[in-house]
Design a protein around this ligand. Structure first.
Ligand SMILES: NC(=O)c1ccc[n+]([C@@H]2O[C@H](COP(=O)([O-])OP(=O)(O)OC[C@H]3O[C@@H](n4cnc5c(N)ncnc54)[C@H](O)[C@@H]3O)[C@@H](O)[C@H]2O)c1
Ligand SMILES: CC(=O)N[C@@H]1[C@@H](OP(=O)(O)OP(=O)(O)OC[C@H]2O[C@@H](n3ccc(=O)[nH]c3=O)[C@H](O)[C@@H]2O)O[C@H](CO)[C@@H](O)[C@@H]1O
Length: 426
């Protein structure tokens, strides 16, 4: 069997490696020539060490990065589906492009699997017509189906190999073909959906549920603050009930899945009201964090604030839709490290940002020492392990002020309070 994976980003590269490391010949095609060149030089450009060496293994064995798509028994599509703000839905340009590429090399008997997160109806309504533009008939000549990817960034490799999968095929033969493809590779169960549209709906339902649940936790945080209650201990107590499992409040919901995917469920009927309100609740959290800071230091004027952690959550490198970055932007111009190395000289009222994991070179982050040096306040925007291990005494000796806002619950509040800090939490 041969496989061609279309799109070698976060999901495609992991998926291609999964099959390659199991002994299958995999061609990895990406329209970005830089991606292919980097991979051919042996650089996977991922931030999870275990996943990186897993991809290296694949590159050294059965995974061949290619500037051109190749004919293959199976085509797996893992291209981006970003949010199209203008149309409040998914931008399906990349899926359509990938469909056309596959159609050019498709042969009778081949199987096509879409893994990208898409609105219900995409596989049958958009991809199938593109694939059947030649003589080939979908179902009759070509197997087609949808199986969503559900890996959790930060734990990708484990979840790639152990998560249950959902398969929705255009007919029974397509389901069998796709099931037999993934079955040997996962210790999870393979569940069959009635059709691809159901499988697409299920993926979105999972992420929308999490987004709503976090909005609920954030709502509780706002209420608890008004009542003078510690919300995390209240949630922990509430979760002792056998049928209650409340998530954690935070500075907002980031990444490119939870803030985006619920929009893909929108059908124009107005039935997404709850989902829309949840997204609003979550997107207002960065402003709330700034208000928490203002409560602590009265005025932000002429103050220097260090935002530590601008990835979208702890222990990842991705900064897309990051609440920490949003907080930094609300506080002022996100400055780069322009001050001279030797003699200081801050821009007054500035914000500095530091992140030990972010890899977006456009952000020009400053080292921790520079970020906290002379700062009036620190805000933690992502719960990286590096921040949990910080020594409050050391940080105190560098800062001018004593205010710490920790909406991500990363530091030991008692320990920092003991060192004289005014710690504000959600
Ligand atoms: N990253 C996650 O945590 C995650 C988890 C589950 C599902 N998903 C979904 O998986 C899909 C892919 O996400 P990602 O994070 O891997 O994206 P990504 O942006 O990391 O990578 C996508 C890759 O596809 C390439 N590409 C674009 N158009 C192409 C085409 N026509 N042919 C070949 N390559 C093309 C891009 O150059 C890029 O390298 C999205 O729909 C996403 O929502 C992502
Ligand atoms: C249903 C589900 O599990 N889907 C996962 C999700 O992955 P993710 O990395 O985007 O998800 P999260 O870890 O939830 O983070 C999102 C944001 O929510 C904040 N948050 C989180 C928990 C909490 O209690 N309180 C919070 O405030 C957190 O800080 C961050 O900003 O989508 C992927 C792509 O579809 C899936 O593949 C993957 O399975």
């Amino acid at each position: 069997m041969s496989i061609c994976v279309h799109g070698l980003g976060y999901i495609g590269l992991a998926t291609a490696s999964l099959f390659a490391n199991a002994g299958t010949d995999v061609t990895g095609f990406d329209v970005d020539e830089g991606v292919i060149d980097r991979l051919n030089e042996g650089d996977p450009n991922v931030s999870e060490p275990e996943l990186e060496s897993y991809i290296q293994d694949a590159l050294e064995s059965n995974l061949t990065p290619s500037h051109r798509p190749q004919p293959a028994d199976v085509h797996i599509i893992c291209v981006p589906t970003p949010y199209d703000e203008l149309n409040d839905g998914a931008d399906l340009t990349y899926v359509k492009d990938a469909g056309r590429t596959v159609a050019n090399v498709l042969r009778s008997g081949d199987t096509v699997v879409l893994e990208s997160t898409v609105p219900p109806g995409t596989t049958t309504g958009i991809l199938a017509p593109i694939l059947s533009q030649g003589d080939l008939e979908i179902g009759e000549d070509v197997h087609l189906g949808y199986t969503p990817e559900t890996v959790m960034p930060g734990n990708t490799l484990t979840e790639l190999r152990t998560n249950d999968r959902i398969v929705g095929g255009v007919d029974e033969d397509s389901v069998s073909a796709i099931k037999s493809l993934y079955e040997p590779l996962t210790s999870g169960e393979i569940h069959v959906a009635a059709d691809p549209t159901t499988a697409e709906f299920v993926k979105l339902a999972q992420n929308a549920e999490r987004n709503v649940s976090i909005a609920y936790a954030n709502t509780l945080a706002l209420l608890a603050e008004n009542y003078g209650i510690d919300v995390r201990s209240a949630i922990s107590l509430a979760n002792n009930h056998p049928r209650v499992d409340i998530l954690s409040p935070g500075p907002g919901v980031g990444g490119h899945c939870l803030p985006v995917d619920p929009h893909f469920l929108s059908d124009g009927s107005g039935a997404t009201e709850l989902l829309d309100i949840a997204s609003q609740v979550n997107s207002r959290m960065p402003e709330h964090v700034v208000r928490m800071l203002e409560d602590a230091i009265d005025s932000l004027e002429d103050k220097t604030v260090a935002v530590l952690g601008i990835t979208y959550k702890g222990n990842v490198s991705d900064t897309r839709n990051s609440p920490g970055l949003e907080i930094a932007k609300l506080l002022g111009t996100v400055t780069v490290d322009t001050r001279p190395a030797m003699d200081g000289g801050w821009d007054e009222g500035s914000v500095t940002i530091h992140d030990p994991r972010a890899t977006d070179s456009r952000l020009q982050l400053v080292p921790l020492d520079v970020a906290v040096d002379g700062a009036d306040a620190v805000i933690f925007g992502a719960a990286h392990d590096e921040f949990a291990a910080l020594d409050p005494e050391d940080i105190r000796s560098k800062m001018a002020g004593r205010t710490v806002v920790d909406p991500v619950d990363v530091i030991d509040t008692a320990q920092w309070t003991e060192q004289g800090f005014d710690v504000r939490t959600l």
